[in-house]
Design a protein around this ligand. Sequence first.
Ligand code: 4GS
Length: 255
Amino acid sequence: MKFYVLTLFKEMIEKGIDYSVIGRGIEKGLIEVEAVDIRDFTKDKHRRVDDYCYGGGAGMIMAAQPVYDAYMSVKKRAKEGTRLIYMSPRGKTLTQAKAEELSREQELIILCGHYEGIDERVIEELNPEEISIGDFVLTGGELGAMVIIDCVSRLVSGVLNKEESFMNESFSDGLLEYPQYTRPPEFMGRKVPEVLLSGHHGNVEKWRREQSVIATFEKRPDLLEKAELTENEKKLIKELQNKCFCDTISNNEDL
Ligand code: 4GS
């Protein structure tokens, strides 16, 4: 899979992504990341890419022309129909489902704004899919682009090794991951749950699934609405809810 990243800070992308699992994917030729410097496309004699904001206000705006020309130069080289993504807090928040969808593409072009943003007219003209990595404001879209490259690349076949891809990870079925342990069997008086040492594969699977449901109930109950649950698991959640309710009452002296 190939990612083109349109940015004013190429090094951020090039130096930031070339490590660990994704670095290995790049080495194996499964992933390619090409950062394209938007500044190379400015027609300004001082190589400027930003300008003051019409209507006043603090901060600079990236001008439309260099962004447009940078995109066009990549569009010419990229496979026909390659999707353009613009990293922006206005976009839909990135999810694992979106990462899975994007991982089925052969190439992606990611546009990163910096400063206060990009002239709206080039956004209108290019009509990118806007994606946000969360409800907060970054100084630039580069970290967002790296988040997309990371979570999409690990879904590309061959990037994760056998052990890594075998892992039953968070969100794969809409639930959080179960707790995991490695040696030693006891750390500061805390023991690894007995069932994990038992060697009984069926019991281990059952325990893990239950722990996933419990962790999701406790930490991200909002995820349970969309999770795929068996009747027994729905019953377990009802029990957890009742237990929560009873605990609340017994902790409240007024009730
Ligand atoms: C995000 C975000 C972001 C918005 C870029 C202000 C510089 C900045 N990009 N998810 N201009 N959240 N972008 O904050 O993707």
